[in-house]
Design a protein around this ligand. Structure first.
Ligand code: SF4
Ligand code: MG
Length: 325
């Protein structure tokens, strides 16, 4: 089936102002030419250390942040060049849930008001109809009618995040970016929210881009996982069906931090910090930290190659079709 979402060479550069120290305007390459797609009904996990460009990617897809260049396609229609009125109609279908619902929920408004507002904005004119939708949406996230009159500060972290999810659901979207939505919650509440997200995906036939720095959580929820490093996708693979497992040395290091069932996985410790995205290293941006780097790595930039079914990797150690199956 054709993908629901597709991005091509998506790029975001932030320009820093000129200073005495910086003679020319310097670009922070927050997202540096990434391409991937998400099938309808799929949960695509995006993982990587903070600052690697995950959130910017999600915000560009739902058009909260304007890309520097590249294409964003929804059902094969390029959406990042649409006139405002056509985008407004599409906005209903593309939603986002953030880490901290408190900052997006106006503390002076009741939950009922907050959930009704998007419907008013999008012209669902009939008040009774709006109320009905709000109640049904509350029910879908496991909250009852008694929440309508409550204020955000009266809710626990988990309940607030359920309201955050309801606010995204109320317009009946097809695609939701979920950005670190469980990171601030206790582990037991985390798993309740993750299970709710899974349930909603199945019941409402949703498609997610699920962003988290927590590989455990990403692995649990996602069908495929994309790993980002310094604004680039270094690997995309299906965690549950992959016969070869993670291949890229960076992905391997990330995975080695999670204990495996057999307890045979060797912990890979990376040297150094993530380099400055203003001046990323030449060649493979990971080479200064890579335990397997060879001469070629500091000169030639690798590209994503399809090494196995549902498995792409960007590393000179692998070539297209290395693992046919
Ligand atoms: Fe390491 Fe070279 Fe592969 Fe980059 S291309 S991950 S430096 S082996
Ligand atoms: Mg982020």
């Amino acid at each position: 089936s054709e993908p629901l979402i597709r991005v091509e060479e998506l790029t975001k550069h932030y320009y820093l102002p000129k200073t005495k120290l910086l003679e020319k305007r310097n670009a922070v390459r927050a997202v540096d030419g990434i391409s991937f797609d998400i099938a309808e009904g799929e949960i695509f996990g995006l993982v990587g250390e903070s600052g690697c460009g995950k959130s910017t990617t999600g915000q560009m897809i739902v058009q909260l942040v304007k890309e520097t260049h590249g294409g964003i396609y929804y059902r094969d229609r390029q959406i990042n060049a649409l006139p405002a009125n056509e985008m407004k109609a599409l906005r209903r279908e593309l939603q986002i849930v953030f880490q901290d619902p408190s900052s997006s929920l106006n503390p002076k408004k009741t939950i009922g008001w907050l959930l009704e507002e998007p419907l008013v904005i999008h012209g669902v004119a009939d008040r009774a109809k709006r109320r009905e939708i709000v109640l049904k949406t509350l029910e879908q996230v496991g909250l009852g009618a008694d929440y309508l009159k409550r204020y955000p500060h009266e809710l626990s972290g988990g309940q607030k995040q359920r309201v955050g999810i309801a606010a995204a659901l109320v317009l009946k979207p097809k695609f939701i970016v979920i950005d670190e939505a469980v990171s601030a919650l206790d582990v037991s509440v985390q798993s309740q929210i993750l299970n709710l997200l899974k349930e909603l995906r199945d019941k409402l036939r949703l498609t997610y881009l699920f962003i988290s720095h927590d590989l455990n959580v990403v692995q649990y929820l996602s069908d495929r996982v994309g790993v980002m490093y310094l604004g680039k996708l270094v690997e995309i693979f299906d965690v549950s069906t992959s016969a070869v497992g993670p291949l890229h040395p960076y992905t391997k290091a990330l995975f080695s931090a999670i204990p495996d069932v057999k307890g045979t996985r060797e912990r890979v410790l990376l040297k150094g910090d993530v380099p400055n995205p203003i001046h990323p290293p030449d060649g493979c941006a990971f080479h200064p930290r890579c335990p397997l780097a060879v001469d070629r790595c500091s000169q030639e930039r690798p590209g994503l190659q399809k090494v196995a079914p549902r498995h792409e990797v960007s590393c000179h150690l692998f070539e297209e079709g290395d693992f046919p199956s």
